[in-house]
Design a protein around this ligand. Sequence first.
Ligand code: AHG
Ligand code: MN
Ligand code: MN
Length: 338
Amino acid sequence: MVKHTATSVVTIERFIIEQERNFPQATGQLSGILQDIALAGKLITNKVRRAGLVDILGALESENVQGEIQQKLDVFANETIVKAMDHGGRLCAMASEEEPEIIPIPDQFKCGNYVLCFDPLDGSSNIDVNVPVGTIFSVMRKITRGVHGELEDVLQPGRRQVAAGYIIYGSSTMMVYTTGHGVHGFTLDPSIGEFLLSHPDIKIPRRGRYLSVNDSYEQYWDEPVKALMRRYRGLDGQQKAMNVRYVGSLVADFHRNLLGGGVFAYPANTQSPRGKLRMLYECNPLAFIVQQAGGAATDGINDILDVIPTELHQRSPLFIGSADDIETAKDMLAKRVA
Ligand code: AHG
Ligand code: MN
Ligand code: MN
């Protein structure tokens, strides 16, 4: 296996191909999917970077399936990904946070063996105030027998993912992904338009520095969640206080905690009894990445990767991050079911 350090100049395309060579049975389909996503990320970056310059901000009239106002860039990002991915002959269907049903591959294109689930623009309500946003994706193998993908192909537990990643449009643009062989990060060099390997084999510290949670919902949390947050803040005297950092863009909060160690929590509350974040587009892909980096993710009862989704837009509570901190969450939240 070729070992790269952060000082070797390696493009994402070359890295993907080198990784594929380690698996002689690989057909190249998955590599093609990752390369197409990287391309979509570059196109979306371009638009996001100019968001403040052109008259593109503000909400469209339409509401998306989650009942939230869509931003124009959400629509652009969604269309860009669909158009970058639908003709490659590698996918049999897609599912997007922004679309009510699964997205079929148009008849004129060949169908492949994989499904792609994605959140085209995560944190989009932050665009107007110039806060980082991101794209999150998850790839699974098709399990049904027909040529076209079906809902069943998409509703698989996260443990069956073969690749997952995100692109963060922050102070620089980065793509971070895993195919189940570690987590690797690439930074876009805008002058040459290439993602270059900058963070090989990312590992999340076992214990974290940061706590990311929106505690304006505290009054709606149950007692075990309140006690857990007190623990993380060092208020019950059991551990050192974590630093609270909350951007409000899941990708940005997750990325910081992945590198620095920490927990992102979006618990269920009485206002949103199933939490807010979506299983297929947010929880599953980030759970696969964090697991590959040595961390963990739970919904408070089950490992996120074990949950079998039953609905396309299913929501889930999420506690994700450093292994020891998630162990604390599991212990303290188990008191609810005991
Ligand atoms: P999206 O923009 O894709 O709808 O996701 C928004 C999500 C996520 O990015 C963030 O962590 C969370 O919403 C913030 O929610 P609160 O404002 O309720 O804290
Ligand atoms: Mn999102
Ligand atoms: Mn979104």
